[in-house]
Write a protein that binds this ligand. Structure first.
Ligand code: FE2
Length: 296
């Protein structure tokens, strides 16, 4: 006859995985169960606290939509997303030749929206968003500096007021997003706005948690980028605006020094791509380096 109590239940749950055929899944679940039980014991969790936690997770799921995933925001603000990204990059540097020379990755965030429009080089993806205009340019290369022609950049950002399209209307209208490919020299260039610092949304469960923890919810200004090319490791990263407020206190712990970019202010006139600007604008120049997908 089984006898379950605070001393025996953890072992019993771990033993219940004896017939699990998936070794990796088994190892993950055994570790998860062990740590979860240890956590419950360490804080001497009460029934009402556990009930509150279950309701919190339920509300997080119910409030998530395809365009705003509250679970990702929760993971981001707890630093788990950045930990997973960092571990992945460290793992690649052990197994992939030259992976340490690749551009550093960072979190995807909760506002990626698959299906941004394909745009030509030089397009303005801001689609009328408020903000100071910025020309983004540079190259996509391999780790040896060889250009990657036809590399795909999928970019998105908030507007100059720090709001993403998915926060502006219901249903949302896509803005500040685009997909473009590098030319034969690996070059890319497009227009958008210079992103500003913004608070991560605090109207749902993550906000409740942050306020209760006494935390701020601000992020430094940044552009999100996914870069991919044949036979190379895809990259999800940000370009952070140099001197932006909150670079030292990012609510999702995503800043890496190598991703901080000067947005050089330029007077009105003819820009590098030939576009004539009637007001001042910024130029953000950054080269992305992708690691080869083959193992060493
Ligand atoms: Fe963002």
């Amino acid at each position: 006859m089984a006898q379950y109590n605070e001393s025996t239940v953890t072992r019993a749950v771990l033993d219940s995985l004896a017939n699990c055929k998936d070794a990796r899944f088994k190892a993950i679940m055994q570790s998860f169960i062990s740590h979860l039980h240890a956590f419950v014991k360490e804080v001497d969790l009460t029934e009402s606290e556990w009930s509150d936690a279950v309701k919190f997770l339920m509300d997080t799921g119910k409030s998530s939509t395809p365009n705003r995933n509250e679970f990702i925001l929760l993971s981001d603000t707890l630093g788990v997303s950045m930990l997973v990204v960092s571990l992945a990059q460290a793992r690649k540097s052990e197994t992939l030749k030259g992976a340490t020379e690749a551009t550093e990755a960072t979190v995807e965030g909760p506002f990626y929206w698959q299906g941004a429009p394909d745009v030509p080089l030089g397009a303005d993806v801001s689609t009328g968003m408020p903000g100071e205009p910025a020309l983004y340019c540079g190259r996509v290369t391999d780790i040896e500096g060889r250009p990657l022609a036809g590399a795909l950049l999928d970019v998105w950002s908030g507007d100059g007021d720090g709001r993403y399209d998915v926060q502006l209307s219901d249903p949302p209208v896509m803005k500040g997003r685009g997909r473009l490919r590098t030319d034969s020299e690996g070059r890319y260039y497009f227009w958008s706005i210079k992103p500003t610092a913004y608070p991560v949304p605090d109207d749902l469960t993550t906000g409740v948690m942050l306020r209760r923890m006494g935390r701020k919810n601000w992020r430094p200004g940044h552009l999100h980028v996914m870069v991919s090319a044949d036979r190379h490791v895809p990259l999800t990263t940000h370009l952070f605006v140099a001197n932006s407020p909150h670079l030292d206190s990012d609510a999702v712990f995503a800043v890496r020094n190598s991703l901080i970019v000067d947005f050089e202010k330029q007077p009105p006139g003819k820009a590098l791509d030939g576009r004539v600007m009637e007001k001042p604008y910024h130029v953000a120049n950054y080269d992305f380096r992708l690691a080869p997908a083959k193992t060493a």
